[in-house]
Design a protein around this ligand. Structure first.
Ligand code: ME8
Length: 510
């Protein structure tokens, strides 16, 4: 039996500026899930990339006095470099200006919709927000301004192609209601269903080439270029070879098991995209994970407020593992979350320096001092974790197998990533308590055998921690495992340790 496949994507970031903290977070979320699924033995394809067409990019390139292609090349490279610097394990990076891989996919899909008679030409008179790259209605505005960008939308009057979204709205609403397309978290599902119930219109699906020269030409009508969202959404299949010749990956990995996106682009992914796929007769994505927004000091990060935290500078200063740790511990994937340097430092010291760093260093030190760095798990001498508040005592192994792992995997499967790390940090706390209860630094004077059992249990517990922590902090987990010098027994559990000396703390206090 081949391993089950798992196809996960991020949205594709606009290549009109350097990556921001929101991009870093979304990439991190998808990376944690991809790493977790790989560790579970799945055949994972993790796709990320950049969205390189549209009015916004075209205008920003002009402002920067650069040819558009050069401008997006530079930014796409910056995204790739940044994602690599935060240890993203992506398998594919799609760029929508890629004429070999992406354009044929987008044009093939367009033709399918046209064959279905789901595309027609009509006059569009209305409003367009360049920031959103979206046609907006009066009801979307607050005091005449786009609430996302605080600017008035532009008036547009032009001859466009339209896509018959109305034809599919009801079917999609049903598929959302019965979780055929599952939206996580549940609240976002209700939000999109309510939006569909308010009423849906057909969408303008192209722009005149004279208005926006930077985009994919509409098949058989070079006077029109595709609307940027029509082109961008197709990336999820064009990256797998759809429409460009070799469809091996498309056949193998599609449909997406999960699209990871931010809350502002929910309607494109849970309505427009499924409608396009239904029209083309292509299978629908199974799940959409919708994350919240990162703010700074409770406010949207903005240059004028001066609260922007640049993720690249941040990684240069503190390292990618520290950033990943903050994302893991302090943000919930389903809600908005705050990022400030002050909060980061607090979390760093509590979770890393005093938390895992301290537990590892004192355990290693005692093993070195009392047993020349060697310890072995022996069944005949169990030293139990003391049950608190009337709970019975329990062995470290049983505690991990019966309480910790089931809770951890449950959270991971439900994408409750911060709750999964709560489970990990509960183990750290438990092991700290174990040291306090048995005081190996005193016990060594009276009972050497029992002290070794305590240390072996601690090392065993730390190995369980690194195992669970790998998707979140891959480098730290690897480093700690090297320090532990673990040898696994036949059943795959750690049984002997030969610890390595460390001179510098894993996470010095900051
Ligand atoms: O929307 N916090 O690109 P984008 C968390 N090209 N996430 C945030 C955020 C924040 N402050 N700001 C933005 C696009 N995001 C399109 C996608 S997909 C076919 C096309 C998230 O660069 C946002 O929700 O504006 C989106 O998921 C991602 O960053 C890219 O945003």
């Amino acid at each position: 039996m081949p391993n089950p496949k798992f196809y996960i994507t991020t949205s594709i970031a606009y290549a009109n500026a350097a990556p921001h903290m929101g991009h870093a977070y979304e990439e991190f979320l998808a990376d944690v899930i991809a790493r977790y699924k790989r560790n579970r033995g799945m055949d994972v394809f993790f796709l990320t990339g950049t969205d390189e067409h549209g009015t916004k990019i075209c205008r920003t390139a002009e402002k920067n006095e650069m040819p558009v292609q050069e401008f997006v090349d530079k930014n796409a490279e910056e995204f790739q470099r940044f994602y690599a610097s935060i240890n993203s394990s992506f398998d594919g990076f799609i760029r929508t200006s890629d004429k070999k891989q992406h354009w044929p996919g987008a044009q093939t899909l367009w033709k399918k919709l046209a064959e279905k008679d789901d595309i027609y030409k009509s006059k569009y008179t209305g409003l367009y927000c360049v920031g959103c790259e979206a046609f907006v209605g009066e009801r979307d505005l607050i005091n005449g301004l786009c609430p996302n960008h605080n600017v008035p939308p532009e008036k547009v009057e032009e001859e466009n192609y339209f896509f018959r979204l109305t034809k599919y709205a009801d079917i999609i609403r049903q598929k959302l209601e019965n979780d055929e397309i599952r939206i996580v978290p549940e609240a976002r599902k209700h939000e999109i269903i309510a939006l569909i119930k308010e009423g849906v219109s057909d969408v303008s699906f192209s722009r005149p080439q004279s208005q926006i020269p930077w985009g994919i030409p509409v098949p058989e009508d070079p006077n029109q270029v595709m609307y940027v969202w029509c082109d961008a959404l197709t990336n999820y299949i064009s990256a797998l070879g759809y429409g460009s010749g070799d469809e091996t990956n498309f056949t193998k990995y599609w449909p997406a098991d999960v699209h990871v996106i931010g809350k502002d682009i929910l309607r494109f992914h849970s309505l427009l995209w499924p409608a396009m796929l239904l029209s083309a007769g292509v299978a629908l994505p199974k799940e959409i994970l919708v994350h919240g927004f990162i703010t700074s000091g409770g406010k949207k990060m903005s240059k004028s407020i001066g609260n922007v935290v640049d993720p690249k500078e941040f990684v240069e200063k503190y390292g990618s593992e520290a950033l990943r740790s903050y994302f893991s511990r302090d943000l919930s994937p389903f809600e908005d979350g705050d990022f400030t340097e002050e909060k980061f430092l607090e979390s760093y010291n509590a979770n890393l320096a005093n938390g895992i760093g301290n537990l590892v260093s004192r355990t290693i030190k005692m093993t070195e001092t009392y047993f020349e760095g060697k310890a072995e798990m022996k069944d005949e001498m169990e030293v139990l974790l003391k049950g608190k508040d009337g709970a019975p005592d329990i062995s470290v192994k049983d505690y991990l197998n019966h309480e910790v792992f089931p809770a951890y995997h449950g959270h991971m499967e439900r994408y409750e990533l911060n709750r999964a790390t709560d489970t990990i940090w509960a183990v750290i706390k438990k092991l700290d308590g174990y040291v306090t209860d048995y005081e190996p630094y005193k016990l060594i004077k009276t009972n050497q055998e029992k002290t070794e059992a305590v240390l072996a249990n601690l090392l065993y517990g730390i190995h369980a921690i690194t195992h669970m922590l790998t998707p979140f902090m891959p480098e730290t987990s690897k480093k700690i495992d090297e320090i532990l010098g673990v040898t696994l027994s036949e059943d795959g559990t750690a049984n002997t340790f030969s610890v390595r000396h460390v001179d510098t703390p894993l996470f010095p206090r900051r």
